[in-house]
Design a protein around this ligand. Sequence first.
Ligand SMILES: [Zn+2]
Length: 249
Amino acid sequence: MLEVAEVGNKISKAEYKAAVPTLRLDLVNAQYDLREADFPVIIWIAGDDHVAANQMINRLNEWMDARFVDTRVFADVGQEEAARPQLWRLWRSLPPKGRIAIFAGGLLGGLAAVTWAALKGDPPAPLDRLVITSPYGAPRESGLHGGVDIRAPEGTPIRAPFDGVFGHFRADRPGFGGSLSTQDGTTILLGHLSAYCRPDGDWVEAGDILALSGKTGHTNGPHVHLEALRHGVRVDPVALFPDWPWEAA
Ligand SMILES: [Zn+2]
């Protein structure tokens, strides 16, 4: 459905004028039908053209039965909202079943990206390119390699591949690193970082930048050491995240 809305369709003014009366009637009838439904409908307006967005909101309000539609504009984040996960304000604004809500506002671009990724079912990989320079289980002086090494120039942003809690390793430890953990027992560890971009213990969402890569700790050059754990047990990250765009060096 979303793919269809994104193809840049155009119609002529004459076609538009001819179609509008029927569409308006259908829209109001759909609103009445919806009142019996056991789900709400969200009309989500996201984009950079604020004038066009306002026109669209005004038109929808003009066309629909105002008794059964709510408009919520997400402006600056309030104090209460700032203390919560980013999606909380959206969740709090969900309409009850049988009603339509129009959502608009600056925050929605980011939320749309997250939702889009979730709908498409391909969560973001932590780095744009995942070139493995040393695989999981490779023999090392200190034992077998506990993760994969990913080629990355110093300062490459590392993104959260899923929602979770971000943690800092002690900066005085060799291999200055971070961790991202979900409630259902998945953790990734990131080593040799040059900087953290989120505080220790912060709740982050898929796509948020967690840290910058570096060459701290025991390493010959800049790269990201990535480990994966399921319920505390180390596993091969390539096997745990088969959909990520892994590449051989
Ligand atoms: Zn490594």
